[in-house]
Design a binder for this molecule. Structure first.
Ligand code: FE2
Length: 262
């Protein structure tokens, strides 16, 4: 089994500031301590966007400093709260494609991991344009018969939380068209944005997401105007992938309730 870690929506701000009453860097540090202690054998950790809350250079500097403590490799992608140019300045080693979009692919075990960019400056919803879709189609064609995991910030479909569905991926057609010829070997779609644990399938592809490391979105299937915030416990996911399938464990890493033999 290959193991990796899925974190999302770290929403870092400049060092020393709080966001919704919590220091996002402290929360990320708790997650990193947990990963280092409990999952040092994971192949990598990936953070599916909203790395920084306001996208300012100081927030990416704080992120870089916190991530230096992680003992496994980390992969990053950007969300609607991120600023693409500030992110690229702070993490110049992260690959980009034509147009400056943060998209790249890498291997871990037998799997091809494909990282996508749904950021559109100035808006909260996601965009996946023809340039990004063309790169994805070429990447999927080039990876032959390899099983694929996809990572993107915005979900490309409504999830029933109206206030979030208004800011999901708009016009998912180019994404859908790029992946349709390859659906049988796309093993999983991971996204962020929703700040909630969630699993299901889209076009027959299993998906999951997880709470953020700082603040959350409450489960409200009736509230459609304001996003219902909450301070439910933070999580990361531990993904175990084998030849026949995958398991996604959701870990409330800050939980301090007693442990005892059952
Ligand atoms: Fe977010």
């Amino acid at each position: 089994m290959f193991k990796h870690i899925h974190l999302t929506d770290t929403h870092l701000v400049e060092a020393g500031r709080a966001l919704y009453g919590i220091d996002p860097a402290w929360r990320l540090r708790q997650a990193i301590d947990s990963i280092n202690r409990e999952h040092p054998d994971a192949g990598f950790a990936i953070i599916t966007g909203d790395l920084a809350h306001w996208g300012e250079p100081a927030a990416y500097q704080a992120l870089r400093e916190e991530l230096a403590a992680l003992t496994i490799p980390v992969r990053l992608l950007i969300g609607n709260h991120d600023d693409r140019s500030h992110f690229v300045n702070a993490f110049p080693e992260v690959p980009t494609i034509e147009g400056g979009y943060v998209q790249y692919a890498f291997n871990d075990g037998a799997m091809r991991h494909v990282v996508l960019d749904s950021n559109e400056p100035g808006v909260s919803w996601g965009v996946f344009c023809e340039t990004r879709a063309r790169w994805l189609a070429d990447e999927l064609a080039a990876s032959g018969s390899q099983p694929v995991n996809l990572y993107i910030h915005h979900p490309p479909f409504p999830v029933g939380i109206g206030a979030m569905d208004r800011i999901s991926l708009r016009e998912p057609g180019p994404l859908r068209e790029a992946i349709t010829p390859h659906l049988r070997r796309i093993r999983h779609l991971f996204f962020g944005h929703l700040h909630r644990p969630m699993a299901g399938s889209w076009l027959g592809v299993p998906f999951s997401t997880v709470r953020g490391t700082n603040h959350q979105v409450a489960l409200s299937l009736t509230q459609t105007e304001r996003v219902p915030g909450s301070l439910e416990p933070p999580q990361y996911a531990v993904v175990l992938a084998g030849l026949e399938g995958s398991v996604v464990h959701l870990h409330d890493f800050a939980d301090a309730s007693p442990r005892f033999p059952l």
